[in-house]
Design a protein around this ligand. Structure first.
Ligand code: G4P
Length: 319
């Protein structure tokens, strides 16, 4: 799946971030705890250098705690990175964050008077909700459609911290095809940028492999049936969506299943947490996915080169 969703203001935001980064003491990256890797912005990963970075695993109420722990260990391998799991229902979020920031950048020697922190995160990750909690006033608009904030803002917090708030920045072309799907499943990409049944099929396949018990609990489909579908049906993902659709009365003429409707129900139930806390990627998947990305890059580069060669030859032959 190729996702091309890159509103103009996001390009501007990337430029602004590059300019502001030298003034920043700390980067606060708000990640979706269900997809800590795919919700990272690769541009920041490249530009960050040795800047202290606090990665907040937000929406942790919707994510699998055992996998979150693995991701925390994965990121904290770097001496510059600290992580914190968080969700909007926690009452003491503000203090947890400030305590950790003060540990990361102690200010008792007054070398840093006002701490400048850049806060960023992909659309819909819960960044505005978090900023409002930190500032204890409704500064940032919250909402369920990605990309509400458009301008870089400066927000002074009482605790001697100035936050630079960036618009939700998503990169131009998601090279890792799996990341594209995961972002679509969890609501980080506008629905107009992808085909819902395609995304629902990806989610179905993943959940059948990693969380068959949850499918059983939610839709009453036995684990044995799921195993059977996986082993004997090459379109097991679609078959599962059809069973779910049938159970929910998503029918069109001739008794056929309305796959669009079934997909919408399935994805919205995943997002709402109706299937329990889920995580859609594990640290040990990353190596092979990175290899896939490199191979794809190499293929694209080879194609481009071949095209250029062809063009040159055509020109030569004309002479
Ligand atoms: P953004 O600025 O990163 O784009 O995200 P925003 O804060 O607007 O949050 C997007 C949606 O995610 C909001 O729901 C918000 O309530 C929800 N959200 C934020 N933090 C958490 C969390 O820790 N757990 C869960 N489960 N949800 C969270 P909404 O229904 O789209 O809008 P609203 O009516 O709640 O404002």
């Amino acid at each position: 799946m190729q996702i091309q969703w890159y509103p103009g203001h996001m390009h501007k935001a990337q430029k602004e971030v590059k300019e502001i980064l030298p003034q920043v003491d700390l980067i606060i990256e708000v990640l979706d705890a269900r997809i800590p890797y795919s919700s990272e912005n690769p541009m920041i990963a490249r530009l960050r250098g040795d800047k202290p970075t606090l990665k907040i695993f937000n929406k942790s109420d919707l994510a699998d705690p055992a996998i979150i722990e693995k991701w925390q260990a994965y990121f904290e391998n770097s001496e510059y990175i600290q992580t914190l799991t968080l969700n909007a229902k926690q009452a003491d979020r503000k203090h947890q964050i400030f305590d950790l920031i003060n540990k990361m950048i102690p200010r008792d020697d007054s070398s840093v008077k006002v701490l400048h922190a850049l806060i960023m995160g992909i659309p819909n990750v819960g960044k505005s909700t978090l900023i409002n909690t930190l500032s204890e006033r409704p500064i940032a608009k919250t909402g369920n459609e990605p990309a509400v904030t458009k301008m870089l803002q400066r927000i002074k917090l009482e605790e001697g911290i100035t936050l630079f708030d960036t618009p939700g920045m998503l990169w131009a072309n998601i090279e890792n095809v799996h990341s594209g799907y995961r972002l679509a499943i969890t609501g980080g990409i506008k629905e107009t940028a992808f085909e819902l049944p395609d995304v629902a099929s990806y989610a179905a396949e993943y959940l059948m492999n990693y969380y068959p018990e949850r499918i059983k609990e939610r839709y009453g489909i036995s684990v044995a049936t799921i195993q059977d579908l996986l082993q004997n049906n090459p379109s097991s993902d679609v078959a599962l969506l059809e069973i779910i659709g049938k159970g929910r009365g998503c029918l069109v003429g001739g008794g056929r299943i309305d796959l669009d409707k079934a997909s919408r129900i399935f994805i919205s139930e995943i997002r709402d947490g109706a299937l329990g806390a889920l995580t859609f990627e594990h640290p040990d998947m990353m190596e092979s996915e990175q290899i896939q990305v490199e191979e794809l890059r190499a293929m694209k580069a080879a194609k481009k080169l071949a095209k250029e060669e062809k063009k040159k030859n055509r020109k030569r032959n004309k002479r």
